[in-house]
Write a protein that binds this ligand. Sequence first.
Ligand code: PLP
Length: 388
Amino acid sequence: MDYSDKISKQLATVSRSGIRDFFELVQGREDVISLGVGEPDFATPWHIREAAIYSLENGQTSYTSNLGLLKLRRRISDYVRGFFRVSYSYEDEVLVTVGVSEAIDLALRALLNPGDEVIYHEPCYVSYSPSIAMAYGVAVPVATRKEDGFSLKAEDLEAVITERSRVLMLNFPTNPTGAVADVGDLEEIAALCIKHDLVVLTDEIYSELIYDAVEHTSIASLDGMKERCVLLHGFSKAFAMTGFRLGYACAPGPIIDAMMKIHQYSMLCAPVTSQVAAIEALEHGAASIVRMKEAYHQRRDYMVRRLQQMGVECHVPGGAFYVFPDIRKFGLSSKEFAMRLLEETSVAAVPGDAFGESGEGFLRCCYATSMEEIVEAMDRLEAFVRKF
Ligand code: PLP
């Protein structure tokens, strides 16, 4: 059968993830050290896994409320108030989702009409542009620069705002650059959002993973911003719970209501076992976050130091678990560099262009892997760059 006219035309505008393409090449090779996949190398802390197991033993295997377990929404509301300094009612301003991934999709589908423009800073997480397209929006990337620590500058944002601009997506700390937003920049961005009546989706998934004693500020906590923000967060990164697939959205009631309409028909609810585990994570997981964060911090410092020592320019990323070295001086495209690195040294890192055009000339190296592997990967990379 010819399927070309059977598949949605809208999907034709969506390309495959550059990360997936690259990692298909890695599969089946045993000697590879991977700095590629953006997920914690730690198993979920035992007390969280145990809570999940115990709930299964107790036969807690049913659907939950569409919004999520009441107890979990209460804990989320408390956590968000304490950590982000924004208050959301657990009754109608919190929605538990299947990862931040689902929350992004719901928020975009709930907010956009066909042709609405969504602005986001780039390089960025691979799902943003496709998620916008799948919600019939128009993706408007704004390039950020290494010289600015990859923070978004208000003047660059203002330059792309049009009559059709409706949503701004932010992600600080940023995947793939590790950028942390400067509070002054955030205040200027917030003023622009108010002036141009933009809704902000703020993807806070790495917000616990900030180093150098900088305190995290969410744009949702700035004056006048709560009413126009959808705060997206989850358990995948800081709690090392990627496989539990649990996230949440906090937003004003009418936006949560609209997101709920889609969620209740497409997902019904997030898995109950994961919701029980998430309650345990929020009640007793703080020490585990600190322990993992210390390990990431050490690895980041080591990786940045090694890169700089071997003559590879690299800004110091303030958060998340990625470094984003500048490889332009080697005269290869980021894809060529990553391919040769893989073929000649069996180290896998993601070409920067997988994160948008402005990522060209960079490489994403994830340090959520063991220190031994990082040391070996840096030794191999050093031998590789000496050839140039
Ligand atoms: N947002 C960003 C910036 C990410 O890097 C990721 C995963 O890598 C996600 C969202 C997806 O998170 P989740 O596992 O909660 O769906």
